[in-house]
Design a protein around this ligand. Structure first.
Ligand code: PLP
Length: 397
């Protein structure tokens, strides 16, 4: 007997089929209306991958290292290599020296960078700021690595004085540093040059820097005066999300590092005829296709235009908030606009991200000036609001 799948059990014939369709229709309309008020999370909702739909009829699987042969032929390794070469140029490393793969998202990319750091320096101390994405603490715990959480400055950057002090105390150990290239809540970019100076001054024997550039990794390559973020600044690996700036219906990302490092963790697996260098075994073959298609469709100028538009909208939001007496700010080259946490009613209508006494919106391409005007009206309005899209409030206590 089929398990209970809810209102319409799959494969139950005409009635079940109608129920199933009705349920899917209901879900779709809920999701559509939620998207109209999504201003707080960095996922670009504007994309069209319809030319790729025929590939969904195949069991694509990119198991193994995209730079090696595989016994599983329904893969998109060749396209994946092109995606990695593209991101190598964006993150300022010669594609011939770079290695990487398409991940399931930012968490896996960070995990991979930290894993390599641990494999290269097994007794290292790991350092990252308290404003780091929550996945990193989980990652270092999974790796069973020793870590020190460094204080953050008010603006969200790592506190360099605290970092210097901690590295000095442990200068007998290799240092693995997780640098934020755009923090989740405040869009802050840790100063890689400053971190390098601290490492040099403290005379640690070995070090490794992983950059978490989930969102800003697709912004900084396209602005006139970026903060340091790439391999040219001395990072050893970097993770960038695919579903954030480019937008995608399935979460994905890329992780890049130096080819020479990966040889240290590579292992041949006869069963699938691959080199096992990636974290996951079976991997999406569709995700590299989406990234490749988005990069090709936009082109460099298209992405530059997208980024310019997002930055202009972010600046518009800051000015409009401030004009209404609501203190809002953002970092240079950042589309994350931080403002005081609004009333619970605002959270019922809008998807905005809260933390402590702050909240933020992120001006992704689908976030229009008119959405911002409405949001600011709602933040400034005496509560409760006239209309509400959601049900229960997600307001954290
Ligand atoms: C800075 C940063 N790093 C990592 C992640 C994790 O990405 P994912 O949710 O794709 O695993 C996020 C997610 O928002 C993020 O903002």
């Amino acid at each position: 007997m089929a398990g209970n799948l809810g209102a319409g059990n799959l494969g139950d014939g005409e009635t079940g089929g109608a129920d199933t369709r009705a349920r899917l229709d209901r879900l779709l309309s809920q999701i559509r209306s939620a998207g109209e008020h999504q201003v707080g999370y960095p996922t670009n909702q504007r994309f069209d991958y319809s030319p790729l739909y025929p590939f969904l009829e195949y069991s694509l699987n990119n198991v193994g290292d995209p730079f090696h042969e595989s016994n599983y032929w329904e893969n998109t390794h060749e396209i994946e290599r092109d995606v990695i070469a593209h991101f190598a140029r964006l993150t300022r490393i010669d594609p011939d020296e770079a290695w990487g793969y398409v991940t399931s998202g930012g968490t896996e990319g960070n995990m991979y960078g930290l894993y390599l750091g641990r494999e290269l320096f097994p007794n290292a101390m790991f350092y990252f700021s308290e404003d780091t994405h929550y996945s990193v603490l989980k990652n270092v715990r999974v790796l069973n690595a020793r870590y020190i959480m460094i204080k953050r400055q008010e603006n969200g950057e790592i506190d360099y004085r605290d970092l210097r002090e901690m590295i000095n105390v442990h200068r007998d150990l290799p240092a693995v540093i997780m640098a934020n290239i755009g923090t989740t809540m405040r869009g802050a970019v840790d100063d890689i040059d400053h971190i390098q100076r601290i490492l040099q001054d403290s005379a640690v024997t070995s070090s490794y820097i992983h950059a978490d550039a989930a969102l800003s990794g697709m912004i900084l390559p396209f602005v006139a005066e970026p903060q340091s973020y790439g391999f040219d600044a001395g990072i050893d690996s970097i993770s960038v999300s695919g579903h954030k700036l480019l937008g995608a219906p399935l979460p994905c990302g890329v992780v890049l590092t130096r080819r020479s490092y990966v040889e240290r963790v590579s292992r041949a697996v006869e069963y699938v005829g691959v080199h096992d260098t990636t974290l996951s075994g079976s991997r999406s073959g569709f995700a590299p296709l989406m990234l490749w298609y988005a990069l090709a469709r936009y082109g460099e100028d298209g992405i530059r235009g997208l980024v310019e538009g997002m930055l202009e909208t972010a600046e518009y939001a800051v000015q409009q908030f401030n004009a209404r007496g609501i203190e809002a700010w953002r970092h240079r080259n950042s589309v994350t606009v931080v403002f005081p946490k609004p009333a619970p009613e605002v959270f019922r209508k809008w998807q905005i991200a809260p933390e402590g006494r702050e909240a933020h919106i992120i001006t992704m391409p689908h976030v229009t000036r008119s959405m911002i005007d409405q949001l600011i009206d709602d933040c400034a309005a005496p509560q409760p609001l006239e209309s509400s899209a959601g049900g229960e409030t997600p307001w954290p206590n």
